[in-house]
Design a binder for this molecule. Sequence first.
Ligand SMILES: Cc1cc2nc3c(=O)[nH]c(=O)nc-3n(C[C@H](O)[C@H](O)[C@H](O)COP(=O)(O)OP(=O)(O)OC[C@H]3O[C@@H](n4cnc5c(N)ncnc54)[C@H](O)[C@@H]3O)c2cc1C
Length: 359
Amino acid sequence: MNCYDYIIVGAGSAGCVLARRLSEDPGTRVLLVEAGPPADDFWIRTPAGMGKLFRSERYNWCFQTEPVPTLRNRRIYWPRGKTLGGSSAINGMVYVRGHASDFDHWRDLGNPGWAWDDVLPYFRRSVCGPTAEDGDSHGLLTVSDPSVLHPAALAFVEAAQRTGLARLNDFNEGEHEGVGMLRATIRNGVRQSTYDAFVAPIVGCRPNLDIRTGAHVRKVLFNGVTATGIEAEIDGQIQRFQAAREVVLCAGALSSPHLLMLSGIGDGEQLRRHGIATVAHLPGVGQNLQDHFAVRMQARTTQEGSYNQHLAGWRKYAAGARYLMTKGGYLALGSSIAAAFFVAGRRSAMRTWKSASGQ
Ligand SMILES: Cc1cc2nc3c(=O)[nH]c(=O)nc-3n(C[C@H](O)[C@H](O)[C@H](O)COP(=O)(O)OP(=O)(O)OC[C@H]3O[C@@H](n4cnc5c(N)ncnc54)[C@H](O)[C@@H]3O)c2cc1C
């Protein structure tokens, strides 16, 4: 019963895409294991609900860093999704693929197949929607334009243009420097997590795909250095699942290396200190984590300078009714409407305009 070809740990952005692709062959048995609960919540489906999910202990791991010496020993809050869809079920939904030069840099470090020109066809294949850059794109992930263009977002774009930044129609075609409106992974006013886009449509149609929620994987099991399965805690009981072919870790940038270390893959000395038997001494595991630091600035504006007024007082009921009836309006907006990328010295940075309401 508990034997599969592939076991995918984590039903987040990566895990859901893999589950869809690997289960295409009906002869391949796939298990998708997720620690969090199902994503059956109004505020997950509603784009503006992002603010409510930011500190939700039900759908979010709510990590904190260790004290950071260069930040006066402050601990930094680090949200990560914990539900079907993973972080794509709680994130800001902004669809920007990344800078071409970053992908080319990864290729240059010795990773063939990761250059911008190599990955672009896959990006194109995965998206769809009337605003996808290629009219002929019929992928599964819907990317759409903002439901409302608030005057402040238009003013932001105009102001950025006055500083000399180019107006871009799409940040996803390689050229990044400039200002423009952001696209978001929102379908008809509803958040589209990778679970919604890739897995939900096949639930019940593929008997070879099993999905377990509330299953916290504690360990990858090994025979020598070959992964053979996992141990997961389900309803307080440890259960074992076997993988005839592969265990694929998709638990995210923090939890995948953590799980490897708990399973004996990592720096041998460090593992010994925690009483973990070493399966493979790989000191790089858990090192060199890089993330972008988000500094949020807030400003006092006139009423017209923000859409907060539409989400406060009696107006919020009007916005709610509008959303329920049309799936449009301010509740259908992701975290950011407009953005500017610019080069400061040798580093590029992003500025976004967003409402401060609820976030
Ligand atoms: C608040 C927030 C806002 C963001 N905004 C944006 C945005 O606007 N645009 C954008 O492009 N990106 C955004 N991101 C980043 C983006 O969402 C992530 O980079 C992406 O979802 C990571 O995908 P992943 O598959 O690596 O991990 P995740 O999607 O985080 O998936 C990992 C999954 O593994 C599960 N898991 C972890 N450990 C275990 C275990 N031991 N056992 C079982 N399951 C486990 C987790 O519960 C989770 O579901 C945002 C992220 C956050 C948190």
